[in-house]
Write a protein that binds this ligand. Structure first.
Ligand SMILES: Cc1cc2nc3c(=O)[nH]c(=O)nc-3n(C[C@H](O)[C@H](O)[C@H](O)COP(=O)(O)OP(=O)(O)OC[C@H]3O[C@@H](n4cnc5c(N)ncnc54)[C@H](O)[C@@H]3O)c2cc1C
Length: 508
């Protein structure tokens, strides 16, 4: 792997592109460009790559920092963007197929599993809402229409007119299909077919668990991807932990002749005559390149990395439409294997009251990756990574004793609720590390520890999400605050698009 230290003297290396941050968005941009022959420098402030999709080790356990339900590892179509990103730099990862995407534990005893097999899932949901069997099929079948359009075309930059023309002539029906769905939200389509309020609530949590907003605010394009790909390419867990994806991409990047430096925190983006031309690290070291890409959030990019300059109108408009979602309280637990009931699913969602779905500590997310890769924990133990939404403002302005006490109390509340599905959890605990929105802000380098942007109000689907180019010439953004939003496969899409646009701009 490339050098970890940071030179302090002025740099004379000529880079084509500098990427600030090694999240999956940044790494896919970097590897795609390196594969086209560009000389790329990735600067990551942390000691390892991956950002919200990194992994860390404690006491014999390998924990995922954030993401653990992974789309994009399919072996067919065009939406398998993680498989494609790794292939582009000739690296490979073994994955384990997950037979169940989520086991839901919902209010009013609604307990069901989303099976990898589409018909089995429709069967199970239909048995809970027999009077809505037809509406259920119509709604999810319409999601397939979106997915089939996406999965028929190469997913590259929508800011590149020649590509758009080419794709349109090669796949006219798919393109027209997508144009139709672009301004729509999943709730619009769900209400066309489904009337039962309890079932509409279920569609809400189906969206909320990855978009963190209910169906009426969740773009149909994203819903079409998630609700279909889970049955097509499926959910697949990378052997060795989610952090392996970023590690492999970093390895491929270096093999392709580019560079990644860790513990290299960018303090400022250098501009000359209004154009982004380089970056300055907190150490004072400076690097220059023909193009600069920020994988930090748009808030971090424009408020911190660009200094005091006036916010461009385009960013102001974006901020008037989108706000920061909450962060999370996360528990990384090592537990005795006996705690898990036989045949437990890897991912669970727990919610006691529908009206609390969007509230802090309302919905609890659970992931048990050792069910798919036992090597992540010592023999006889499992990992439980559980998290629930929480705002940064509730964790500030307290002494370190108060902070520790508040963490303990929050952990206690989560564990008490999880005892309902994993009786004996508290007694079977071997290890616990508690993260708060402050930890997310610090270790993931994300303003307020936010999960990402969410609409302030009902918007026209995905039409308001910005692409990769910014109002600053030479500066591009990539990652979850660009089209099409949060999630590993989504930020990989953003990375493919960003590299494509830069490749065209640089004539690669
Ligand atoms: C708890 C949690 C659970 C999640 N679960 C899932 C899931 O199951 N499935 C899924 O698909 N997605 C999930 N997600 C979302 C997914 O992880 C993110 O959408 C995605 O990883 C974001 O990738 P990114 O490329 O935008 O940037 P990030 O992952 O945010 O990475 C940005 C990188 O840039 C670096 N950086 C920032 N500023 C600087 C600077 N100034 N100088 C140098 N480096 C800098 C950061 O250190 C970081 O490494 C989850 C997220 C969280 C937090």
């Amino acid at each position: 792997m490339a050098v970890a230290s940071t030179p302090t003297s002025p740099q004379t290396d000529n880079f084509d592109v500098i990427v600030i941050g090694s999240g999956i968005g940044g790494l896919v941009t970097a590897t795609q460009l390196a594969a086209k022959g560009a000389k790329v420098l990735v600067l990551e402030s942390y000691t390892i790559p991956g950002g919200s999709s990194g992994s860390f080790e404690r006491n014999g356990y390998c924990f995922d920092q954030g993401a653990s339900m992974i789309f994009g590892f399919g072996d067919k179509g065009t939406t398998n963007l993680l498989t494609r990103a790794l292939d582009a730099v000739k690296v490979h990862l073994e994955t384990a197929p997950d037979p169940v995407q989520i086991h839901y534990h919902l209010p009013d005893g609604l307990d069901l599993e989303v099976h990898r097999n589409y018909e089995k899932f429709l069967q199970e949901l239909g048995s809970r809402f027999p009077h809505e069997r037809e509406g259920i099929r119509q709604f999810y079948d319409e999601c397939w229409k979106v997915f089939n359009c996406l999965n028929a075309m190469p997913l590259l930059s929508l800011e590149e007119p020649r590509y758009l023309m080419q794709v349109f002539f090669q796949h006219p029906l798919a393109c027209l299909g997508l144009v139709k769905y672009l301004p729509l939200n999943a709730g619009d389509i769900a209400r066309k077919y489904i009337k039962d309020p309890a079932l509409l609530k279920f569609i809400d949590i189906e969206c909320y668990c990855w978009s963190v907003v209910p169906a009426e605010m969740t773009p149909m394009i994203n819903a079409g991807m998630v609700f279909s790909d889970r049955h097509y390419g499926g959910i697949n867990y990378p052997k060795g932990g989610v952090g392996q994806i970023a590690k492999k991409l970093a390895e491929g990047l270096v093999n392709a002749g580019s560079t990644i430096r860790y513990q290299s925190r960018v303090d400022k983006i250098i501009t000359e005559k209004g154009r982004a031309v380089g970056v300055k690290l907190t150490t004072g070291a400076e690097y220059r390149a023909k193009r600069i890409v920020s994988n930090a959030t748009r808030w971090d990019t424009f408020d911190k990395l660009l200094g005091d300059r006036q916010l461009p109108q385009k960013e102001e408009t974006w901020r008037s439409r989108y706000r920061k979602s909450p962060s999370f309280i996360s528990l990384h637990l090592g537990v005795e294997a006996g705690v898990l009931p036989p045949d437990s699913a890897c991912h669970h969602i727990v919610l006691d009251q529908w009206q609390k779905m969007e509230e802090p500590e309302g919905t609890i997310f659970v992931s048990i990756p050792t069910l798919l890769d036992p090597s992540l924990a010592p023999d006889g133990y499992h990992i439980i990574h559980t998290f629930t939404p929480s705002w940064i403002k509730d964790w500030e302005g307290m002494s370190s004793e108060e902070y520790e006490e508040k963490k303990e109390e929050a952990a206690g509340r989560i564990i008490d609720r999880l005892e309902e599905i994993f009786p004996g959890l508290d007694a079977g605990l071997d290890y616990m590390e508690v993260g708060t929105p402050r930890s997310h802000r610090r270790f993931l380098n994300r303003v307020d520890g936010t999960y990402g942007p969410i609409p302030r109000r009902k918007l026209l689907g995905l039409l308001g999400m910005p692409f990769n180019r910014t109002s600053i010439p030479g500066l591009y953004c990539v990652g979850d605050s660009t089209f099409p939003g949060q999630g590993l496969n989504a930020v990989a899409f953003s990375g493919f698009a960003c590299a494509h646009r830069i490749g065209v701009d640089l004539g690669l």
